[in-house]
Design a protein around this ligand. Sequence first.
Ligand code: PRP
Ligand code: URA
Length: 210
Amino acid sequence: MSNRVHIFDHPLIHHKLSILRDKKTGTREFRDLVSEIAALMCYDATRDMPTRDVDVETPIGIAHCKTLAGKKVAIVPILRAGLGMVDGMLSMLPSAKVGHIGLYRDPETLDPVEYYCKLPTDISEREVIVVDPMLATGGSASAAVQFMKGYGCRNIKMMNILAAPEGIERMQHDHPDVDIYVAAVDEKLNDHGYIVPGLGDAGDRIFGTK
Ligand code: PRP
Ligand code: URA
């Protein structure tokens, strides 16, 4: 099995991404843009969700409608930066539950270090969308997905705003069953594991640290 990589080509997403990348964009605008891009990506990444037919009585007559069917959704941000995508996702999926996984990248080894985990009790029965703005080496995403699988999750999507080719390859190798949704794939990683040209440190730009 090989996972599919969905790269978005929507003009609104790319317009917002161009502002997001700009080093002159301040914390408040950056935060708003991450949330807006997440909402737009969520809209498109959920187009394969199953629906069922329902009849709804309007004030005038009966309308034949479609309503969401199938598994309920859990959004799982990778802390910290993934938190920036949660509100945007919830604006599209207001009934979703939210789990949290805390991982940070060791600056020397670039390996993910886990420091927090709190998930909905029925997580294994839900469709899981793991969110993090950056897929760099892929270490954090791969560890987070492995974690979710350890909790019995089988229906997992990964959503990132920016990816490096190295991160996509890592996910394809480690988790060929997980589809990846990204707004753009950049050139490469630099020696410190940052995406080039990227947007810098997503967590610091969202939360105004550093
Ligand atoms: C960033 C980013 C990802 C990770 C990506 O988080 O939000 O989680 O790096 O890098 P990788 O693909 O090489 O693992 P970071 O570790 O800087 O933590 P933060 O969100 O707390 O800033
Ligand atoms: N994490 C970030 O926040 N930015 C990168 O470019 C890579 C990892």
